[in-house]
Write a protein that binds this ligand. Structure first.
Ligand code: 5GP
Length: 220
């Protein structure tokens, strides 16, 4: 009799243990499904406006849970750039294959080179709850606005076009001809700023970074 009771009590304990485990797994699954999808942030602005520096500063703030989407480009690598860090540097042929296979969320041609955002990586990061930052040109951004709802879009503007030219010269990475092309492109890009939810003037770096930090926090 005693052994039967003991056996039954062990069986019951085992069942309870199983139920607990199942309950825990269901809860975990629900938590995974309920995980808030990360934000999609788009930051645009003319070449030389300081997007890269603003991005680096924002990424230092871990409370923003911000992850940068590395784009693909056909432009030449600049000194100090690393393949897979600043960009995935590819041939025009490889780039067009990615376009044909519909692997890019958006892409655009900018001053003679192609740039695009790998779709899968962005989605995977957002599904993990990460806030993803795209640093893309105005035409690419316009395409994303049509496809993705609730994009947090920020246009970074220079205090003036002349200041932009000075900053590009100061960078010392482009020829005078390329600088002229980029300044001409900037004038056109500024016309797109009305499409963005937020326009931030990068006069003082720290102020611009703080303004964007607050925009992101409000969206989280
Ligand atoms: P840069 O050659 O100075 O690195 O970039 C030139 C321009 O291309 C910048 O305005 C930059 O934001 C934009 N850009 C970089 N990656 C992408 C991308 O994936 N898609 C689009 N549409 N533009 C990009």
């Amino acid at each position: 009799m005693k052994t039967i009771i003991k056996k039954n009590s062990i069986k019951l304990k085992f069942k309870l243990c199983n139920w607990n485990a199942s309950y825990f797994l269901i809860k975990l699954n629900r938590m995974e499904n309920n995980k808030k999808k990360g934000l999609l942030l788009i930051m645009s602005g003319p070449s030389g406006v300081g997007k890269g520096t603003v991005r680096e500063k924002l990424m230092e703030d871990k409370s923003l849970n911000l992850f940068y989407s590395v784009s693909m480009t056909t432009r030449n690598m600049r000194p100090g750039e690393v393949n897979g860090r600043e960009y995935y540097f590819v041939t025009k042929e490889d780039f067009m294959k990615q376009v044909a296979d519909d692997n890019l969320l958006e892409w655009a041609e900018y001053v003679g080179n192609c740039y695009g955002t790998p779709r899968d990586k962005v989605e995977a990061m957002r599904n993990e709850g990460k806030n993803v930052l795209l640093e893309i040109d105005v035409k690419g951004a316009e395409n994303v606005f049509k496809k993705v709802p609730d994009v947090v879009s920020i246009f970074i503007a220079p205090p003036s076009v002349e200041e932009l030219r000075n900053r590009l010269r100061g960078r010392g990475t482009e020829s005078e001809e390329v600088i002229n092309n980029r300044v001409n492109a900037a004038a056109k890009e500024l016309e797109y700023k009305a499409l963005y939810k937020h326009v931030v003037i990068n006069d003082k770096l720290e102020d611009a970074v703080e303004e964007i930090r607050q925009i992101i926090k409000r969206g989280m």
